[in-house]
Structures are given as structure tokens and as C-alpha cells.
Ligand binder design. Structure first.
Ligand code: ZN
Length: 408
């Protein structure tokens, strides 16, 4: 599937500090050490039934900064993102609005691309939809069945499930207890009450064809894939058996990332599937997590249409730690707009305080588990100081552009 247009990436003098990142599985900060072939990152993309809201944007910006820090360290980055263009919520929305689910998916994916370009997100090397990956997904389900990591329900539906009981290390990514797993599984697309499964937590790999639902042919019979197997198949195909970062919002910790890692590991026998499982916090509006069920979504496209500078949206979302759940308020936006003005004025001066020192400070903050709030504070301090470094304004402008993705 077509990706989006890459923003220009300015090269900075020297190289940054190696990135240290929090890993959900090891529950601590560890160095990220990409191999000779470069860093490999998989970030779970959208289900294209609605426009990009600030929660999506915050997640995409987090992984964009990780991408930028790796590149500043001289690593090539192979970044893959999927589009879940076959899924229940998409079919439901299409039915509700009386539109074709494929057309709805195309329209919302196009809007997502526009939003990503406006926010200056570096595009994935491979932007891959589920529809175009059907053969890869079906092959992986077949492989899992062959190694005993997939079983067919005997109720005539043709549905194939993943037995969590046999999955070595299952639970080691999220560390949730069973009651929490069951709750999230039920809330986030799972079917703990489905009759005939060996364990309520067993996840759907392949759903046999139903009347009125789209389906694709496979050796397992016509049907369509479960959610987690889609990401496992796309990541294995485009990135290989072990990746550096598996990323998404913290609502993907379980079941999605636990399951897709378990699927991949059962097929390849290589563990861990990801060296770092990285999760961004949720964005709240008026004290409530932004979610479609609450209807309190702030859309990036709406803000853009209202004339808000996407650079201010970026700065507003970067003003807090990526792992924390954060609030979006009018005040956050006002502060970001004010900051943008201050930085623009400061970098328009003839000289400023030591620019190389500021670059080193920003690199230090970002290498420390992507501490963007500290990086912003460092630029604030530079902007309100005076100095006679004539190169500083252009170096600071390049630093903010290259590492934070904000054009001054
Ligand atoms: Zn995913």
C-alpha cells in the first residue's frame, strides 16, 4: 500500500548518544542495540473507519522520535506499519453509514496519510494492509497448525484458534494476572465466552467464512484472519524473526502484543520476538481517555481545518513523557503555540547561547527513554538566554527540526 511523503530530514553535526528505552517485557530501561542491518521497528497502525485523533497522533509521534534518534545515531531504520483494513469495527461502521467497507477504508487511510504528512512523521518503509497480506497471513496460520500451535473448533465454523496454554513464556510481555488478562481480552476484541475453546484466552487465528462477510481462500478453507496474526505475519515477512521495537499505545499491551509475539515465537522458535516492547500512554480530554465509545475524540484533521499549526499539535503532545497518560486541554494547545512563537523568534535572531551545547543536551534527553519534556525545557532555556554564538540560531533550528520534527 502506498505510504506517505517523507519530510526533509536535516543532518546534524556529530552523532547522538545511544538510545535507552523502557521495555514493557523486562519492566526496565535497557539500551537499544540495533544489528548491522539497522534498526527494525513495527508499529501497529490504524483500523481505517474513522479519522486520526490525538491519541493516534501521540503514538505515531513517539515512534517518529525514536526513528529520528536512531537515524541521528547513524542507524538505518527499517520501519513497518500495518493498516487493519479487514476488521469488525470497519464492517460495522460501513454498514451503519451504508457505504462499501473497502471505500471507507481507502478514504480514512488517505486522511491518515494527510495527517501524518502534516505532523511531519517519517513514513514507514513498508506500509502494509491486511487485504494485500492475505496469503502471508493464511500461510502463517497453516504453519502454526502444523506445529501444534493452532487448532480448529469442531463446531463446523472452520474457526482456528491459538492455544495459549502451549505458548512458552505467554504472559511475559504484559505481566498481567489471569483476571486482568480475561478482562482486557473481553474488552479489546477477544471472545473469552466462545464455546468450544480449550482456554477462554485462546485467540482467533482464522475465522471461517460466514454469510454476508468478506472472505479469502486458503488451505484452511475460506475465511479471514484474526487481528493478532495479521501483525505477526506482516512483521515476520517485512522485518524478519526478531525485531528491535514492537510499538503501539498501551492499550495494545494485552492482548494484542502478547498474542502477536506468541504467534510469531511459536512459528519461528525465536524469542523474544521484539527486543523492546514500547508503549505510549493514552491522551485524555476533560479527565476521560479519548475513545470512540465516549465520543470525546479530537481529530487532527479538525484542528488543521481550524487553522492550528500542526507543529503546535506536535509540541503539545511532546510536552510530557510518552509513557504517561496525558491530558489534552485548550491550555496545552495555547502553551504549545506560545512556545512555538518563542522558539521561532529566538532562532530568527543573529546569535544566541551556545548551540552545540543545546544540541548535546537535547540528544542526552532523548537518549534517556525519549524524555521529550526535558528536551523541550532545554530549548525553552536556550530561547530565553542570550549569547554571541552566531551559528546557534541555525543549529538550534536544525536540532529541533531533525530530532523533534518541528520546523521553526
Ligand atoms: Zn498490531
Amino acid at each position: 500500500m502506498e505510504s506517505w511523503q517523507a519530510p526533509g530530514l536535516r543532518r546534524l553535526p556529530g552523532t547522538g548518544e545511544p538510545l535507552r528505552l523502557y521495555d514493557t517485557a523486562r519492566q526496565d530501561v535497557h539500551p537499544s542495540v540495533p544489528g548491522a542491518g539497522g534498526a527494525r521497528m513495527y508499529v501497529c497502525g490504524i483500523t481505517p473507519y474513522d479519522a486520526t485523533h490525538l491519541g493516534h497522533a501521540a503514538t505515531m509521534i513517539t515512534f517518529d522520535v525514536i526513528n529520528r534518534v536512531w537515524r541521528d545515531n547513524g542507524h538505518a531504520v527499517n520501519y513497518v506499519q500495518n493498516v487493519t483494513d479487514v476488521d469488525e469495527p470497519l464492517f460495522e461502521r460501513a454498514e451503519r453509514d451504508g457505504v462499501d467497507w473497502k471505500a471507507l477504508g481507502r478514504r480514512e487511510t488517505a486522511l491518515f496519510r494527510e495527517d501524518m504528512e502534516a505532523l511531519r512523521i517519517l513514513p514507514p518503509v513498508a506500509y502494509v494492509g491486511a487485504v494485500e497480506s492475505m496469503t502471508d497471513v493464511a500461510d502463517l496460520v497453516e504453519r502454526l497448525v502444523e506445529v501444534g500451535a493452532g487448532y480448529r473448533l469442531d463446531d463446523g465454523t472452520g474457526d482456528v484458534y491459538f492455544p495459549v496454554d502451549d505458548a512458552e513464556g505467554f504472559g511475559g510481555e504484559s505481566h498481567y494476572d489471569r483476571a486482568t488478562m480475561l478482562r482486557y481480552f473481553g474488552e479489546r476484541g477477544g471472545d473469552p465466552d466462545r464455546a468450544g475453546k480449550r482456554d477462554p484466552l485462546d485467540a482467533l487465528l482464522w475465522r471461517g467464512k460466514r454469510d454476508g462477510e468478506p472472505s479469502w481462500p486458503s488451505a484452511l478453507g475460506d475465511g479471514r484472519p484474526g487481528w493478532h496474526i495479521e501483525c505477526a505475519a506482516i512483521a515476520l515477512k517485512y522485518l524478519g524473526e526478531q525485531i528491535d521495537v514492537q510499538g503501539g499505545g498501551n492499550d495494545l499491551i494485552f492482548p494484542h502484543h502478547e498474542m502477536s509475539a506468541a504467534h510469531a515465537e511459536a512459528a519461528t522458535k525465536v524469542a523474544p520476538f521484539a527486543r523492546h516492547y514500547v508503549h505510549a500512554g493514552m491522551i485524555a480530554l476533560d479527565g476521560e481517555k479519548m475513545s470512540k465509545s465516549l465520543g470525546n475524540l479530537v481529530f487532527v484533521s479538525r484542528l488543521r481545518a481550524d487553522g492550528v499549526d500542526p507543529a503546535a499539535v506536535r509540541l503539545g503532545l511532546l510536552d510530557g513523557h510518552y509513557r504517561d497518560d496525558r491530558a489534552w486541554t485548550d491550555d496545552v494547545l495555547r502553551r504549545a503555540q506560545q512556545r512555538l512563537e518563542t522558539w521561532r523568534a529566538a532562532t530568527a535572531r543573529r546569535s544566541g547561547a551556545d548551540g552545540a551545547a543545546l544540541l548535546a543536551k537535547v540528544r542526552g534527553c532523548l537518549s534517556n527513554d525519549v524524555d521529550t519534556a526535558a528536551a523541550l525545557a532545554a530549548v525553552d532555556e536556550w530561547s530565553t538566554s542570550n549569547g554571541d554564538d552566531a551559528d546557534a540560531p541555525s543549529l538550534v533550528s536544525a536540532t529541533v527540526d531533525s530530532l523533534l520534527g518541528v520546523t521553526l
